[in-house]
Design a protein around this ligand. Structure first.
Ligand code: GLU
Length: 560
């Protein structure tokens, strides 16, 4: 291989890598790829290494679009291969006994709007109902009034609609208290539950020592009497608990004679202010999963102990258990996911609301321009394996980009502007493509009339800059620059950054909200037409135009 050939080859690798990862790779990574593909070049590693900085600088100076266009011209096969990979199908393993249809559910507590954790639970279950047909219940688990936010009822419904979950039936557990009371009596009669009046701490101590409390051996009659007295309001809050009789020596202390019903008077239920006897989660979940005919339940690993508890209820009643699956925990880097934590942050003014750009709620993602299909694909990609994983923003963003890119018109946004007068430059117009790969979508005409707005971070006296789609300038001092010709090749050799710019006096103020903070700047006036739509601010990233008011744009950063 001649040196020119080697150079071309490295250039191609660098380009491919940059297109694939949307950033310019490190020299070491490229060297590795080149050596992997051409082992015969190993003895030449030193020479190749020496060529790398210049090649990488060349690639770095190109815009994302230019890189893709160049790679398409040089090696259409490479581009094709990359796109093939993008179109991979998102699939999950088959379920047993599902061919005739399934009955599944999404059963959140209405304590706040849905977040990415809920997206996983709802999408995984929904996936199978869509695959096999059947029923999909949205079951509102509102039997703990302390964990009910009245506004969450509507928020969750909106979020499920946004996410495209195919709900067929909606059930409110707070409509079903009589059912829970009836089945509680039945369970007592079967000898599967008892009414415990022991002090809670004393019970816990005994339970840890695998010792039964005295109430465990009460007769069915006495238990029923206590139960009816409880419903009649004869026990104050905390004075009585219905417990399911399990194995008092069960290896998991959390399973031992777990609580199934209690009295609560200090918090009133927003939908049922008359109620003061509440089933606890394991009881109402098991009863409803059975009565509604669930065939398969997919839920998080944190429910494994609950499944063990619920199994006792199934056994007492002689019911068939649904198939249970427990997926691993999902952490999300840098994000508050607990509803209570988010609520606290909102109350303290740390977040502006449930759709604050820093939150992982679906409404926050929607506000940023993340599409529901991208959330679904990202969640299905994570799957239902039981290993703990960390959520990949990169994957979500890649899925989202594949959806929004084709419709996102390109515009300039200049952050933190400095007005720079350019001396000796010809009056010229930039014809910047609306979408570089589709010239038929037209151009934006930006007329240069002497002064431009530039991002402060690029300004440095003596530095050459290429104004994108226009010409080169050299910064000569504070707010001053001079024309430096029109040659792209010269700009490359000088390693001049390509910058977005605006004719002074033409742009409109634009605040770009990002998780790292708000970037104040100016954008092209045409962006006003995109209210509630997504554009791509060239070299900055995609953004959803959140509001346009009095010639002032507020945009939410989506991703790069
Ligand atoms: N409502 C409970 C929760 O959201 C139970 C859900 C379930 O059993 O899957 O954690």
């Amino acid at each position: 291989m001649s040196d020119t050939n080697i150079r071309d080859d490295i250039y191609l690798f660098a380009l491919q890598n940059a297109v694939k990862h949307k950033s310019v790779p490190k020299a070491g990574a490229i060297l590795g790829s080149v050596m992997g593909a051409h082992p015969e070049l190993r003895p030449k590693a030193k020479e190749i290494n020496a060529m790398l900085p210049e090649i990488l600088a060349e690639v770095e100076a190109m815009s994302v679009e230019e890189r893709e266009a160049k790679l398409t011209a040089l090696s259409p096969e490479m581009i094709e291969k990359m796109h093939e990979k993008k179109e991979r199908v998102h699939e999950l393993p088959d379920l047993p006994e599902a061919e005739g249809g399934v009955v599944m559910r999404f059963a959140p507590n209405p304590s706040g709007p849905l977040h990415l954790g809920h997206a996983r639970a709802s999408v995984l279950n929904d996936y199978y109902v869509k695959k096999y047909g059947g029923k999909f219940y949205y079951r509102v688990e509102d039997t703990d009034p302390k964990r009910v936010d009245p506004e969450a009822y509507d928020m969750v419904t909106e979020d499920l609609r946004w996410l495209g979950i195919g709900i067929t039936d909606v059930i409110y557990q707070s409509d079903r208290f009589p059912i829970y009371y009836d089945l509680a009596r039945e369970l007592i009669t079967l000898g599967g539950a008892y009414m415990c009046t022991c002090d809670n701490d004393e019970f816990r101590e005994k339970k840890l020592k695998k010792q039964p409390c005295p109430c465990r051996s009460l007769s069915v009659e006495e238990n029923l009497r206590r139960f009816d007295d409880m419903l009649a309001g004869k026990y104050p809050e905390g004075a009585i608990t219905m417990r399911v009789k399990t194995d008092i020596a069960h290896p998991d202390p959390a399973v031992r004679d777990f609580a199934a019903m209690r009295v609560l008077t200090s918090t009133r239920h927003p939908r049922r202010p008359d109620i003061f006897v509440y089933p606890l989660m394991n009881f109402s979940v098991a009863i409803d999963d059975h009565l509604l005919g669930m065939t398969h339940v997919i839920r998080g690993k944190d429910h494994i102990a609950n499944t063990r508890r619920q199994e006792y209820i199934y056994q007492y009643f002689g019911w068939k258990m649904p198939h249970f699956y427990h997926y691993g925990r999902m952490s999300i880097a840098g994000l508050e996911l607990s509803t209570s934590g988010m609520r606290k942050g909102i109350n303290e003014g740390l977040y502006t609301g449930w759709d604050d750009i820093h939150l992982g709620t679906l409404r926050a993602l929607a506000r940023r321009g993340i599409q529901p299909e991208a959330v679904r694909a990202a969640v299905v990609d994570i799957g239902m394996g039981d290993t703990d994983i960390s959520f990949s923003w990169e994957n979500l963003f890649a899925q989202n980009k594949a959806i929004i890119d084709a419709d996102a018109d390109r515009y300039f946004f200049v952050p933190d502007v400095v007005t720079v007068a350019v001396a000796d430059a010809p009056a010229m117009e930039a014809h910047a493509p609306i979408y570089p790969n589709q010239p038929e979508r037209g151009v934006r005409v930006l007329a240069f009339t002497g002064s431009v707005l530039l991002p402060r971070s690029e300004i440095e006296t003596g530095r050459m800059l290429r104004l994108k789609d226009l010409f080169n300038i050299r910064i000569t001092g504070e707010g001053r620059a001079e024309y430096a010709g029109n040659s792209l090749a010269e700009a490359r050799t000088a390693k001049a950054p390509i910058v977005q710019w605006l004719p002074a006096g033409e742009g409109i103020p634009c605040s770009l909200l990002t998780p790292e903070g708000t970037s104040e700047g100016y954008c092209e006036a045409a962006v006003q037409k995109y209210d509630q739509k997504i554009v791509q601010f060239e070299r900055v990233g995609f953004a959803r135009i959140d509001s346009v008011k009095d010639g002032q744009v507020t945009a939410y950063f989506t991703h790069r």
